[in-house]
Design a protein around this ligand. Sequence first.
Ligand SMILES: Nc1nc2c(ncn2[C@@H]2O[C@H](COP(=O)(O)OP(=O)(O)OP(=O)(O)O)[C@@H](O)[C@H]2O)c(=O)[nH]1
Length: 715
Amino acid sequence: MAMAVAAARAVSRGRLRSLLTTTVNFPSRPCAGAGAGDASPSFFASEFTGPSYGSAGSATSVTKLHLIRFIHASSELLATRRRDEARPQKQKRVKKVDRGPPVEAPYIPPARKRDSKSLSDRTIEIFEGITIVELAKRTGQNINYLKQILTNVGEKIDTEFDPITVDVAELIAMEAGVNVRRLHSDEGAVLEPRPAVVTVMGHVDHGKTSLLDALRLTSVAAKEAGGITQHLGAFVVSMPSGASITFLDTPGHAAFSAMRARGAAVTDIVVLVVAADDGVMPQTLEAISHAKTANVPIVVAINKCDKPSANPERVKIQLGSEGLLLEDMGGDVQVVEVSALGRTGLDKLEETLLFQAEMMELKARINGPAHAYVVEARLDRGRGPLATMIMQSGTLVSGQYVVVGAEWGRIRALRDMTGKVIEKAWPAMPVEIEGLRGLPMAGDDVIVVETEERARMLSTGRKEKMERDRLRKAMEEKFEIPDASGEEGSERVEMPIIIKADVQGTAQAVTDSLKSLNSSQVSVNIIHIGVGPISQSDVDLAQACGACIVGFNIRSPSLPISLAAKQANIKICMHRVIYHLLEDMGKLIVQKAPGMLEIQVAGEGEVLSIFQLTGRSKSKGPDVKIAGIRIVDGRFTRSATMRLLRSGEVVVEGSCLSLKREKQDVETVDKGNECGLVIQGCDDFRIGDVIQCLEQVKRKPKFVSAENGAVRIEC
Ligand SMILES: Nc1nc2c(ncn2[C@@H]2O[C@H](COP(=O)(O)OP(=O)(O)OP(=O)(O)O)[C@@H](O)[C@H]2O)c(=O)[nH]1
């Protein structure tokens, strides 16, 4: 197994290089031609079910061979698909353009040679005008290797200090196997105030739709046109002052999390709708968790204030006890009392949102290439894939080539929120584009590229990268390659948990019990507590935060939810007995703990004689003192640190430079035997001195349960 793991690592590192330099033919493999992509899952299944993963030599070598063949074949599949999809590339010189002042990018230290993270787990930041030298530093790859990829993608540069476009940089980075984040730098550009983008969230039936409808009616456009047919899942409310706010109509909690999980920071402000008669409910708390995790400010709208049973003050107290620091209570979360049906308080809400936006000083670059995020995508029978997006910066122009997530297309039609065809779109505008080749996903970013060829290449490259990552993940799961990142054992890892229980009281009890499992190695972080069954929104939140979900005294999640959790690799622990739950979670925590490095006395010996090695040539260094000892306890190891004690006091500690038995170098000496020993930095042994052999061991914590039912993790 160890060999297989080492092979997996080594091959994984060399895998992408082999994409460029090695041609591996597997005649029996169904990997060529248009069906190549389809062939991969079945190939994977047929090759990887069955073989033994035990430690027997033959089984190990078979496993290793399978692994290497699999990786090469996967690379072949992808290369073949790439050749099929991409058009022939003509050699093109990167134009040297004046890109203004250099972009100040955050410093990312160059990759260490033995990086424990695999390449696909790493994300580097790239920007327009980056050089191959900088890219090599960030990817940790060789300059010549990156130049080779540059040539392969049809580009040429004179020197590695020439600036390259951000698109080319992405192609190279993807080929080198790392993830990228584009810095849409606005350095030097003129920034202008832009409207805030607001999402409305809250518990079911608390009046989100009614509130959006009421706000929609205040739109100037609506007043002018005498009613508006909303076309998109977003709309803009224009204020008499000339300012405007973009409301996202679509994202429920799930869409919000999905977008956040994909890194899209679309929303500036969350409006938390709470019904004044009903008060804080489970989905209110979920919404708070979502907004807090996304670091988005909340404005509370206490709705249905027209109802006789309305009690806004009670709602405020409830929110306060949930940790929302409301303005009335000296905090900075603003609260507005409204009635969506009675259409009261809406002006105040809009004012509050504008004030909040003003405080945030929301600005964007208006000119230059557009950047946007998808909030919704659908397939229209007549018009094909349609994506609704919120503009982030720049100007989007009809007819431009765009890459949206892993899809690409040429904008055939650009529509505003009313469905009117427009020519251009600016920051914070919700627009719909038509002309994509495939359906993107919520949260995908939209970038504009110069040519169709570049759009195709980026889309193909991104799809390939996704496929490679998927295969790698499947492969790692199959071979259970252990994560070496906790090697030092000194850091504290976090364990994010979402708790769902039957009633609030039990949820609180489970929370308190789980907190008792906090330890110096693993910090239990309860990110959300809710009542009721596990929902898609819980799964989304868990995915966004890498959390596991604990269900207590509730029915098992529905099949779609279970499948979604499985697909997202989210662990769900369902229990009805608190002790079982704690035991289960305790095991998980112990598993997750990195382990603490500890010094242990592995052996002890007594100095019986002392020797001196003299007469050495100058080049071989000074004289050396050797202690002749007898091991009285445990075992001595050549690679360990030695400690010399005299009358119970430590004289010196140093690494073992030599360990010999009868003039033979040995790795270990056991109790009862005699040996000769040289300790670094020690030339003063005396008969009767005690020498201890110190070894570093990694100690995992233990789950301990006391008889009174109390539990804890002992480190
Ligand atoms: N009295 C009163 N009723 C309201 C008000 N706002 C909404 N309602 C009623 O509350 C009910 C739910 O309103 P919706 O707007 O559908 O609530 P929602 O939060 O969008 O519901 P979901 O989309 O199902 O989550 C409807 O019957 C509305 O008429 C209000 O301000 N006052």
